[in-house]
Design a protein around this ligand. Sequence first.
Ligand SMILES: C[S@@+](CC[C@H](N)C(=O)[O-])C[C@H]1O[C@@H](n2cnc3c(N)ncnc32)[C@H](O)[C@@H]1O
Length: 362
Amino acid sequence: MTGAAFAPPLLYSRCWEDDAVLRRGLEVTPGERVLSIASAGDNTLALLLDDPGEVIAVDRNATQLALVELKMIALRELVLPDCRRFLGAEVATGEWRRRTYARLRPSLSERARGAFDRRVATLERGVLGAGKLERYLTLFRRAVLPLVQTPGTVRAMLTAPDLATQQELWDRRWDNARWRALFRVFFGRALMSRLGRDPAFFAQIGEADVAESLLGRSRRAFTTLSVGENPWLVWILTGRTLPPTYLSDAFAPLIRSRLDRVTLLESDLDTVTGGPFDAFNLSDCLEYLTADASDALLRRLCDLARPGARMLYWNLLVPRDGGRLRDRLDPLDTSDLHAADRVFFYDRVVLERAAPVPTKTR
Ligand SMILES: C[S@@+](CC[C@H](N)C(=O)[O-])C[C@H]1O[C@@H](n2cnc3c(N)ncnc32)[C@H](O)[C@@H]1O
């Protein structure tokens, strides 16, 4: 059996974290070195807008790294509308996408070819819908949403002119008993751990009622964020992609000109070397770890941090932060960042600044 047979699954084909929050929080300045969880690549690429000297995009999942590479090569070698069509942000035939992959293939590494030669059908459908989470949310859009909201209600929510109209719509039509009941089943632990997420994610959650927490956060989404302008909500509700930053007319050219600053690294965060770094995008990785392991990882990352370096990460369902490392990490206020977070399902954003390494006293 070849190594490719063991290629890990594609968990995410888009980043489910708000790149605007990440960039505002990390405040990367020209020339800085960044360590960024690769994931689906969108946020790592968006960080290039802040002119870092180098971004190390790390992931322990080789297929995620292959996806980031595919996005980077597509961005480098295709004109922007073709890049959007190839990835699946805009319509194209499967045949055209297959031919375009054949054109890009010579520029890809062995790892990326290994991942995508065996996923040609996925590429034909557009890779942006192919992650485990995206397939789960597509199932929600196709099988659940039509049972709980009429097309007219969905359209009204997407075109509401202001938040007051959204709030009224939520109260009068959206937040009905069927919505709550089916939401609880679909976003409950049992179904999500089988179909939507890496089961390892649920190991640290304990007894928390996952569906109830997410239901509360959906209320925040529909009543405090502009639904029609929110790329994540628009995609969940309609399957239409509002171009993410790295595919947008306004920002893609600058990102493209800086792609050579990204290095892809297959590694666990635990074993990364090569500091010092000035900024860290840690996604919500700490939540997969026990509290002790999370502390140990943060301590290790502090050893790779320049004094004053920023670390940003999200908590979805498990509270994790550097509270037991206050000699190494100073917390910064993130209430504004959380309020502005367009990816509505997080409980909080954590932003901490690395303190100078403490001098030992004997
Ligand atoms: C943490 S996941 C979460 C994505 C998104 N926040 C969500 O919850 O839907 C993002 C990426 O982190 C990678 N990852 C998780 N823990 C990691 C670790 N300790 N070291 C390296 N990569 C890790 C996963 O392989 C995945 O590609």
